[in-house]
Design a protein around this ligand. Sequence first.
Ligand SMILES: Cc1ncc(COP(=O)(O)O)c(C=O)c1O
Length: 478
Amino acid sequence: MPLHRTQTSPDVLAADVYATRAAERPVPKLRIPKQGLRADVALNLVRDELSFDGNARQNLATFCQTWLEEEVHRLMDQSIDKNMVDRDEYPATAEIERRCVHIIADLWQVPDTKEAIGCSTAGSSEAAMLGGLAMKRRWEAIRRSQGKPTDRPNLITGPVQVCWHKFARYFDVELREIPMAHGRLGMTPEEVASRVDENTIGVVPTLGVTFTGRYEPVAEIAACLDTIERERGYDIPIHVDAASGGFLAPFVEPELVWDFRLPRVKSINASGHKFGLAPLGVGWVMWREKTDLPDELVFWVNYLGGNMPDFALNFSRPGGQVIAQYYLLMRLGRDGYRAIQQSCYDVAQHLATSLGKIGPFEILFGGDSRNGIPAVCWTLKRDADVRFTLFDLSDRLRTRGWQVAAYTLVPDLQEVTVMRALVRHGLSRDMADTLLDDLHDAMAYFTKHPQAAVADETESGSDPHGGVHPSRTQAKTT
Ligand SMILES: Cc1ncc(COP(=O)(O)O)c(C=O)c1O
């Protein structure tokens, strides 16, 4: 009988992934390795890398969803192979997107859902670009029909998220961004009126300003633009950036008029993956009427057997997020959304009240639903007798896993440092109380070890009220 040597490699024999040779070597970082790995080994190596990320549930810097039902995970898994753009191949997915568009148009109170037009996007940034482009093309068409030049378009906004800066730069539009001032943290009709002219393609109020959480007064801006049209003849449309507020106000403050009930509001964007409660990767943009979206922007794509309208910056996009959005709209209904959003507001207000009682903090926005999103934004009082900056506090909270953004406000209030906590689905009152306990502990730590904060001041400046390290000047704006 011939002798047989065992050929099985140690990797195959090893029951434990950490006993394989791959686990003993550095993970490939910048080049694809020549040989692959066992699936379970690769999976563990990647998972281990990811374990160094922050805990998403404790990330109070983001606006995006971090808690999702098991059913959403199942639907996402089942839709992993569906391409949103292949409408001919996945007609059921296309139909689900169509239904969502109708549901959201109705939620934002279009006068006639048959006349409205809209689509899903990768998020609010893409939605904002599409809304901005439609305004630009509409303005150009009007100017051309009047024989006037189209080379100096401008857009008026309050303090906006970076997506509008991108829009302005990518599409050659002058951004007239209203700066913040003491006592004025957002857009006002007066500030808009002083900036409009015949080259203004539109005005963009934000329903939930990224830096503070506050709503800008859409109805007042619309009334001001009505007056401007009467007096100066400029018919300027409004696009509402309702990235967060678009899925909050309709449920919690239905009487607040900010949407298509205002005839001047021609288009709206929102992020499904923020307070729409869907997983990351879906936004929505909606136009009041088909004529508000110039035909020239819509591509009729003859592709894979169908001739489909397409208005998007990208082409292929995963279908799961749109499917999950539809599931959530059906599963929760208006009452479910209202209950979830209201509980976020309740927790935000509890957090704001408790922070206010601590003493050194001034609450700039306390999460009241009439005026903004479920977020709390606070700064240090000028006379606060403390030995730490808000950057120090943010760093210290990190040791307990909390990610609470500290940043300086935008021009002209760059000298003001704030902290902001977003209260999203899944942050219970108990968790908020744990955060408050940890914040008290952090403050006590700086009282006991003032040098710990001072050490950091070489980076953040010596003024606990405003010192800034350049790397910390950007607000978390997702
Ligand atoms: C007001 C506003 N607009 C747009 C965006 C960009 O949204 P997205 O991350 O969905 O692209 C954000 C993100 O936080 C935002 O707060």
